[in-house]
Each structure stands twice: as structure tokens, then as C-alpha cells.
Design a protein around this ligand. Structure first.
Ligand code: WT7
Length: 632
């Protein structure tokens, strides 16, 4: 098992068994292959009650030394990053490991010159340009904790995240390209910062060359700052359990939570899972289409590939610009061999002309991946047949922001692959299914709530500033277990099929939103008294957002009202959380204790009102008929 890469199903079984019998030995052996300034004192300390999880305690390292410095001798001139712009006519950018190392050191020096230091939280609100990747690594280099906020979030959503983490700095750009559109990013930052007192400095990268408002003493241009720094920047020494980053994600309450990952365990887990799931080889050209604003971009665009010395492709644009063949054109252009994307992208491209795929050779492809939501069989086969030409294994990777890396997935070409099934757990991952009472369901051919009974190095450590929230969200539902929030099936052969969320979280195009979060946004609209949001099956997005809204005075023109409500959501969260359907209602189905019966609303949203179940406990059963009749 060279480089801890599993090459046969037999090796998988051996590794899995070892990882369960002796998890500490298993992970310590893998961790040995990294560069540590000082080795750890203790591999693991844990309990799932508080929770308290510590991997490789006392170990000293810097993740960027592992991503960059240690490759310089053997891979200095190998390509680390290939960046493809939004507009195919614009020139792409390539950095070797040596060049990327230099860029990261320069950016790190700019951060230091502007007052950043170890432990500071830095918000990165940037489009998919090379400087985003560089900025993230620069933070890690100086020991600052990065909190990347997806550049599609609104000013208000950004401000909430900045305030929660008390960020001292924001890294951003003048604007961004997205398909045919250009968006003024810096203006959104300015709006957010009107309510953020913690931010001392804003560093702005030029992308569009737009004239932007620069606040004296606060805002500086990156291209000016970089003139004043050197190309060397020694990496800050970090403890394995020091924070590496915070990434906000939605839960079942209104307020997003800051998931905390630490340096050592995350590093080991990101690299191990990357190599094994995708069966990465030295000559591969690897492309993950996710934005760095999401965890997939963190672990599998940036850290996992760079830790492995891979060439990683980063794309600024969108799948349908300038046409529906854009992804495949890029695959051919760079000879991409491993391609990792989301079901929603596949489904949207399926809707196009088949020649948009068939006119590209796609010969370089070896492995395909899927992530973010269940991939339906139709999309699975389309992807496997038309993109992978039935010769590329397709890995359906299940994981979460909280897990740091892939947990359940086929290892490409090694372990069993079954359409719409994530497959077997990775070595070191101990999933169990439990019933309503939290009892383990041991047999195969069953369904239950997906939990983990043992820690893994990449797992969440806490929720920033609020450890109790971490306990309540993940460790209190079922005693002694990590609860994922997902329901899953396990087939006769032990392969897992993820069904989806069982909590009040909806997954729209692979992005998570709490129903409470969207309701809170809707309720900000002055016409709205109350609202209830549920997910419903959507052909492209996986789930769509269906909002039932009670308004003060309903005007003749309901369309105007709906448009206003959508505008409020866009303002509070961002375009990605726009409700697809808004039904104005006079009441909501509530129990006598005032609890909304979402089961009924879900049925209505799904268009299945034939059997709404028992409605006798409702305060006002008549409201159900009205809702049924007005369904959209
Ligand atoms: C939720 C996590 C992990 C990176 C992207 C999303 C759903 C994720 C799959 C999959 C079925 C999946 C789950 C999970 N999910 N991957 N392969 N099959 N469902 O990260 O925003 O933290 O969302 O996405 O419901 O709980 P996230």
C-alpha cells in the first residue's frame, strides 16, 4: 500500500479492519508521511458528550509547508494551479509549485504588513480568481484563521459572519465575472462593513479594473501593497489543534453556525481521502468545479490536491457560459483526468443539446465524482454514459461541512459502485444507522438516521464562539454519537444510499439553508406577518424553496408582493436562497400548541394532497383546504 493508497478491494478490507481495530495506529501511520516541525504527543483524545475531540495533540506544523514547501524539491516546476477565466477568450493563468509558493509568501507578507497576526480571523469575500486560492493559503501561512464567505451571499449575510467571528480584516476584489454578468463585489463589502466594527483593514484585488470607493486608512489595493514586500515568508508554527478555518453553514435555527476545523487532523484527512477516493496519480490533471466559498472548494479544490502535489484546476465561470459545452471544452483544453462536480450542474446540462457534450472528445477523463446532494439515477447514468463514456468510475461522495472531508464513497475503480449509492465508508469512518430511539440497526437492507460512532481526524471541533451549539446540533440527539442530520439506507451488501436531510434543512443546488433562516429573512418584509418554508423536489436544483406566507393586507396584484418578498430574501441572504414559489395564505396549519405541521405543507408543496394524514389535531382544519386549493 504505497503512500497509503489502496489499490485493491482486498487492501480496502484490510485497511478498513485495521482502522476500526486500531484507529490511532492507523491514522498515526498516515500522519507520519507529512512534514511536522515536532511530532505529536498523543494521537487521539475524545468524548462525544462535551464534545472534546483532539487529534495529534502537541504536534507542530504549518499546513502550507505541507501544501507547498515540501514539494519544492521534487515538484518545483510542476503545475500546482491552472486558472481558467470566465471568458474563454481571456488568457488562462498557470502557476508551478515554485510560483504558487512565492505568491502565497507575498500575500502573507502583505497580510502581516497590514497588521494581521496568528489567531486573527480574516474574512475572504472574493470571486474565483487565483488570488482567492492564494489568500486562503496566505492566511494559513501566518496562522490567521480564514473565514471564506461565498461571494454570492448578500451584504447582510456577510456582516453576520464577520461579526460572529469578529474578523479584523476583509480580503476582496473590485468586482466579479459571472457568465455574461459583472457584479460590484466591493460595493457589497462596503455595505456589510457599515455594521461591522471589528474590521480594521480591507485589501482589494483588482479583477475588473473598476473605479471603487476606497475608505482612507481602511482600504488598500493589493497591487500597491505587494510592491512593498519580499518573496519569503517563513510559515508560522501551529499546534495540530490550533484553528485553521471557520466555515459558516446553515442548521435548523435561523443563525448560520461557524464550523471550526483545525490544522493537523484536517490536513491528514483531506489528503488521505483525496488520494484514495479519486485514486489520484502523479500525472493527473484534477478539476473540482466547486467554489472555494464552500467546503468542497476548501478540501478538494485547494488543500487535498495541493497536499498531494497535484495539479488543480480552478474555474471562474459557470457551466452554461458562453454555452452549455463550457465544462467539456475545459476538460479537453487542459486534459483533465479527474472531474468532480455537483448533481445540479449535471442536471442543468442534461437539459441542453446532447451535441454540447458529444462534440468534445473527453478522452483524458479517468474518474468522475459527484457531491452535494443525492444524485438521481437518471443524472447518474447520463454523467456516466455521455461524459465518462462508460469507462470512468463515478464516485458519489457523501460528506458535510462538518466532516471536513469525504466519509462514504466508492474508491474509484476499487470498491463497489452502484448508481445513486455513495457506497462503503472510507477506512477510519464508522457509520451506523439508528432508529427513532437511537438504537443501532445492525442488519443490512435497512433504513435509519445516519450517525458516526467514532471520531475521524477531519471532523468539526466546535462551532465558533458557541461550543454548546455544537453539542446540541450534532451530539445530543443520540447519546454518544455524531448525528449527521441525514437519513440513509444500507443495502444487502452494506452499501449506503443517502436519502437526504431529516431536519429542517433544505438542500438547494447542493447549498444548505435552514428553513428557519429563510423564514426569518421573509419575515423582515414589512407586509409579512408569518411564514413557513419547506423544500420540494425540483428537476434541476434537487430541492426548491416553497414559502407559505401570511400577509397583513393582500393587494390585488399578488405578483408585486411576491417580487418584494423575494427581494427581501435576496437582501438578507443572497440570490441563491430565492424562494421558487410563494403562496400567500390566510393561515398556517398549526397544532393547538402552536407548532406548524410541516408534514402537511411538504405534501402540498410536493403536489401530493391525496392523503394529508391525520389533520384532526389542527387548531383550524379549514385552513388546510384553503392551502390545498391555492397550491402553486
Ligand atoms: C449535506 C451537507 C459535502 C460538500 C457539499 C455539501 C448532502 C452531500 C451528498 C451525497 C447525498 C449528499 C447531505 C449532507 N450531501 N453529499 N453524495 N449524496 N447527499 O456540504 O453544505 O455541508 O451539506 O449535503 O444532506 O448532510 P454541506
Amino acid at each position: 500500500m504505497m503512500n497509503h493508497q489502496i489499490k485493491t478491494f482486498e487492501e480496502y478490507k484490510t485497511a478498513y479492519q485495521e482502522s476500526v481495530e486500531n484507529p490511532e495506529g492507523f491514522w498515526a501511520d498516515i500522519a507520519e508521511s507529512f512534514t511536522w516541525r515536532k511530532k505529536w504527543d498523543k494521537v487521539l483524545e475524545w468524548n462525544f458528550e462535551e464534545p472534546n475531540i483532539k487529534w495529534f495533540q502537541g504536534g507542530k506544523l504549518n499546513i502550507t509547508e505541507n501544501c507547498l514547501d515540501r514539494h519544492l524539491k521534487t515538484r518545483g516546476n510542476k503545475l500546482a494551479l491552472i486558472w481558467e477565466p470566465n471568458d474563454p477568450k481571456e488568457r488562462f493563468v498557470r502557476y508551478t509549485y515554485k510560483e504558487l509558493h512565492e505568491k502565497v509568501c507575498q500575500f502573507a507578507n502583505v497580510l502581516k504588513n497590514n497588521g494581521a497576526k496568528k489567531g486573527d480571523r480574516i474574512c475572504i469575500y472574493m470571486p474565483m480568481i487565483p488570488e482567492l486560492a492564494i489568500a486562503v493559503l496566505a492566511c494559513a501561512r501566518i496562522g490567521a484563521i480564514h473565514s471564506v464567505v461565498f461571494a454570492g451571499f448578500s451584504a447582510s449575510a456577510m456582516a453576520d459572519r464577520i461579526n460572529d467571528a469578529q474578523c479584523s480584516m476583509v480580503l476582496t476584489s473590485d468586482g466579479l465575472n459571472r457568465g455574461a454578468k459583472q457584479i460590484p463585489v466591493k460595493r457589497v463589502v462596503d455595505e456589510a462593513l457599515a455594521t461591522c466594527d471589528s474590521v480594521q483593514k480591507v485589501i482589494v484585488v483588482e479583477r475588473l479594473g473598476w473605479a471603487v470607493n476606497m475608505v482612507e486608512g481602511r482600504d488598500v489595493w493589493y497591487h500597491d501593497e505587494v510592491q512593498q514586500v519580499g518573496k519569503d515568508c517563513p510559515a508560522e508554527e501551529m499546534d495540530a489543534e490550533d484553528m485553521l478555518f471557520i466555515l459558516y453553514t446553515s442548521g435548523s435555527t435561523g443563525k448560520p453556525k461557524g464550523v471550526v476545523h483545525t490544522c493537523g487532523g484536517y490536513m491528514v484527512y483531506a489528503q488521505y481521502t483525496f488520494r484514495n477516493v479519486f485514486q489520484y496519480e502523479e500525472s493527473d490533471i484534477y478539476w473540482c468545479t466547486a467554489d472555494i466559498g464552500w467546503v468542497t472548494g476548501h478540501t478538494y479544490l485547494l488543500y487535498g490536491p495541493l497536499l498531494s502535489g497535484a495539479t488543480t484546476v480552478m474555474f471562474e465561470g459557470v457551466p452554461n457560459y458562453p454555452d452549455m459545452g463550457r465544462f467539456w471544452q475545459i476538460v479537453d483544453k487542459f486534459g483533465v483526468s479527474i472531474f468532480y462536480t455537483a448533481p445540479t450542474a449535471i442536471r442543468s446540462l442534461m437539459g441542453g443539446d446532447i451535441d454540447d457534450v458529444l462534440s468534445y472528445s473527453l478522452d483524458s477523463l479517468k474518474v468522475l465524482g459527484s457531491v452535494g446532494e443525492p444524485i438521481n439515477e437518471e443524472a447518474w447514468h447520463w454523467y456516466h454514459i455521455h461524459v465518462g463514456k462508460e469507462r470512468c468510475p463515478l464516485v458519489d461522495t457523501w460528506w458535510q461541512t462538518e466532516t471536513g472531508g469525504i466519509m462514504i464513497s466508492t474508491l474509484a475503480g476499487i470498491t463497489p459502485m452502484k448508481p445513486s449509492h455513495a457506497g462503503l465508508p472510507l477506512p477510519g469512518v464508522q457509520p451506523i444507522l439508528v432508529d427513532n430511539e437511537g438504537n443501532e440497526i445492525k442488519e443490512n437492507g435497512v433504513e435509519g438516521y445516519l450517525c458516526m460512532k467514532f471520531p475521524w481526524p477531519g471532523m468539526i471541533r466546535t462551532t465558533y464562539g458557541d461550543p454548546e451549539r455544537c453539542r446540541l446540533s450534532y451530539f445530543s440527539t443520540y447519546k454518544g454519537l455524531y448525528f449527521s442530520g441525514d437519513g440513509a439506507k444500507r443495502d444487502e451488501n452494506g452499501l449506503y444510499r443517502i436519502i437526504g436531510r431529516v431536519d429542517d434543512v433544505i438542500n438547494v443546488s447542493g447549498h444548505r439553508f435552514g428553513t428557519a433562516e429563510i423564514e426569518e429573512a421573509i419575515n423582515h418584509n414589512e407586509h409579512v406577518i408569518e411564514s413557513a418554508v419547506v423544500g420540494y423536489p425540483h428537476d434541476v436544483k434537487g430541492q426548491g424553496i416553497y414559502a407559505f406566507v401570511i400577509c397583513k393586507d393582500v393587494p390585488e396584484n399578488q405578483e408585486m408582493l411576491r417580487a418584494e418578498i423575494i427581494e427581501t430574501v435576496v437582501e438578507k441572504i443572497g440570490k441563491i436562497a430565492r424562494p421558487d414559489k410563494i403562496q400567500i395564505v390566510s393561515g398556517l396549519p398549526k397544532t393547538r400548541s402552536g407548532k406548524i405541521m410541516r408534514r402537511i405543507l411538504r405534501k402540498v408543496a410536493e403536489g401530493d394532497t391525496s392523503n394529508l394524514g391525520d389533520t384532526s389535531t389542527l387548531l383550524d382544519p379549514a385552513v388546510v383546504d384553503e392551502i390545498k386549493e391555492g397550491a402553486l
